[in-house]
Design a protein around this ligand. Structure first.
Ligand SMILES: C[S@@+](CC[C@H](N)C(=O)[O-])C[C@H]1O[C@@H](n2cnc3c(N)ncnc32)[C@H](O)[C@@H]1O
Length: 332
């Protein structure tokens, strides 16, 4: 795996992309611009192999109206109920969430969503994945939030899980058995190891990308105007682990289409809904770029950027050196 280059692009030719507010099967990618419940009413039961999304968190982002927390949870419950109906037996539902904040108090959404999803028939939690990142808002009255969670539920006890598709390199491939009949033989799995449930492989430099040194760029190549976009790579892992080529992946709150891109890159069919036309338009634009080989993205498994210490942004400002303020100087 090599470090991603600043202008890494990808293309998937011949995608059949459609926009319609009714579900149909004649497409590789279907985008709907309406309320998610309206769209879900058009979807037959047991259609999707994977439903993956990051819903609004009720925190007053431009695309949402804050509601009483209990009303918000009831609204989400009505959507989850429909999602579970449209999910295939053996399929997976992944709800990616952070915190709801009220008067400075933190309400971890996954705690509430666990009960809502578990309440649906035959839904079983398989992992609570921690997605951790180094950038974000700096809190002043509590610790800065540096992770979100993905609740991965399967519908039924028999479910698709392609572990080999997401194995990561062994840390110590040269380890050997020290006793028994295999003594001296390699003990590690040559296909790699299970990546575990803490995902830190991307996003390190999402907000302050430093690929184009010394021209520091403030934006990740995938970023659009959407205020709560997740990286394609986060969803690629779920797509390749939980579906096979040809399966249908659905995102009920698709934003600018990151899930649809992740699914299309790996030959899965993709369906997404967003109520905001501007986000649907950007999704379409990004999908067209993918078709034309012009989509800038950070490929799955790309090593994070590690500053060498020589870059201007990694150096301690001279002003700090000459003052007694701040730990940074003391730690340096
Ligand atoms: C957290 S964002 C998802 C961002 C997405 N994961 C991405 O990478 O672009 C939630 C999205 O849900 C959409 N949304 C909110 N309420 C909706 C509704 N009732 N029906 C459809 N979409 C809705 C918003 O417009 C917003 O784009």
């Amino acid at each position: 795996m090599s470090q991603a280059k600043p202008n890494e692009t990808i293309g998937i030719k011949g995608l059949n992309i459609e926009t319609s507010n009714c579900y149909s099967t004649e497409h590789d990618v279907l985008l709907a611009n309406c309320d998610v419940i309206e769209f879900l009413k058009t979807v037959p039961s047991e259609t999707f192999q994977l439903i993956v999304t990051s819903p609004p968190y009720n925190i007053g982002k431009p695309y949402e109206k804050r509601q009483e927390f209990v009303d918000y949870l009831n609204w989400q419950k009505s959507i989850i109920k429909e999602c579970v109906r449209t999910l295939k037996k053996g399929g997976s539902l992944c709800w990616e969430v952070g915190n709801y904040i009220e008067n400075g108090e933190v309400f971890p959404l996954d705690v509430f969503f666990y009960d809502i999803i578990k309440d649906q028939a035959d839904m079983h939690l398989r992992n609570r994945i921690i997605w951790t990142f180094e950038h974000g808002l700096h809190a002043s009255k509590r610790l800065s939030g540096r992770y979100e969670t993905i609740l991965w539920f399967s519908k039924g006890d028999e479910y698709k899980f392609n572990l080999d598709n997401i194995r990561v390199p062994q840390k110590y491939p040269g380890k050997t058995y020290y006793k028994g009949p295999n003594r001296g033989k390699p003990s590690a799995n040559p296909k790699g190891k299970n990546p575990g449930d803490i995902w830190k492989v991307f996003y390190e430099d999402w907000e302050t990308l430093v690929w184009d040194i010394p021209n520091v760029k403030a934006n990740h190549p995938e970023k659009t105007i959407h205020p709560a976009q997740y990286p394609i790579e986060l969803i690629e892992r779920l797509v390749v682990a939980l579906t096979d080529p040809g399966d249908v992946v659905f995102d009920p709150f698709m934003g600018v289409g990151s899930t649809l891109l992740a699914a299309s890159i790996h030959g899965r069919r993709a369906v997404g809904v967003d109520k905001e036309k501007q986000y649907v338009d950007i999704s379409l634009e990004r999908l067209n770029k993918l078709q034309n080989g012009a989509l800038k993205y950070r490929p799955l498994g790309t090593k994070k950027y590690i500053p060498s210490g020589k870059e201007k942004v990694a150096r301690i400002p001279e002003q700090w050196m000459n003052s007694n303020e701040g730990n940074q100087r003391i730690l340096a």
